[in-house]
Design a protein around this ligand. Structure first.
Ligand code: PRP
Length: 206
């Protein structure tokens, strides 16, 4: 049996939908339960549902053989994983946004950047030689500029509604994020047939 870690929340529904199209299904009863570890109808796959940021951790440590997680999470993680497949699900953008479209030039002194994505933000501004103070938040990042906590935010944008309703506009795009299949290095060697079968099966529906 292969264990697949799935990020709860934004990615979960589209991941389960994609797997179902590939013939890998969980019963409705299982999906609607509060159990965090479930086996699919064929008994070939065990799913564990964890916080998105923990998917790379479970897969790197081999607790899960594979995982489905957004590129945003992978860019933020330092886990050493194989990435055989872009699943194309949950497409969104990682952007720099601000209330003032010219915030990058208008702000005096060091720019303050609020984000859940400290690594991505640091790398982005570092590569451009712009010194910034990173303010790490865990969510509701769009509030930070209006409340005076930050000049800019780095965050995910899917529909753009959250930015708009909080008076923010995109200043720069950093990257596109989609759901990825990730695989543990040892599992890729030791469970070649099972992992290969999963990759091939998913390839047919991507
Ligand atoms: C994400 C992101 C934005 C929002 C963008 O948050 O951080 O807040 O979704 O979506 P939109 O462009 O469709 O409005 P998420 O729902 O993951 O919650 P969180 O901020 O509390 O982590």
């Amino acid at each position: 049996m292969i264990t697949i870690a799935i990020g709860k929340g934004r990615m979960q529904d589209s991941a389960l939908e994609l797997l179902a199209r590939a013939g890998i299904r969980l019963s409705d009863e299982a999906v609607n339960s509060r159990r965090l570890a479930l086996v699919d109808e064929t008994g070939q796959y065990r799913f564990i549902f964890v916080k998105p940021a923990d998917v790379p951790v479970y897969v790197e440590h081999g607790i899960a053989d594979c995982g489905i997680v957004g590129r945003d999470v992978l860019l933020e993680s330092e886990a050493d994983l194989l990435l055989p497949l872009d699943l194309g699900i949950s497409r969104c953008r990682i952007v720099v946004a601000a209330a003032d479209a010219n915030a990058m030039t208008n702000v005096q002194g060091m720019l303050r950047v609020a984000t859940k994505y400290a690594q991505i933000a640091r790398a982005h501004f570092g590569a451009r030689g712009i010194p910034v103070e990173i303010i790490q938040l865990s969510g509701s990042v769009e509030l930070a500029p209006a409340l005076g906590l930050a000049d800019l935010i780095v965050d995910l944008v899917e529909t753009g509604v959250t930015l708009r309703e909080n008076g923010l506009t995109v200043v720069e795009e950093i990257a596109i994020s989609t759901g990825r299949l990730v695989v543990n290095r040892a599992s890729y060697q030791l469970k070649t047939n099972e992992v290969g079968k999963l990759v091939k099966t998913l390839e047919t529906v991507v």
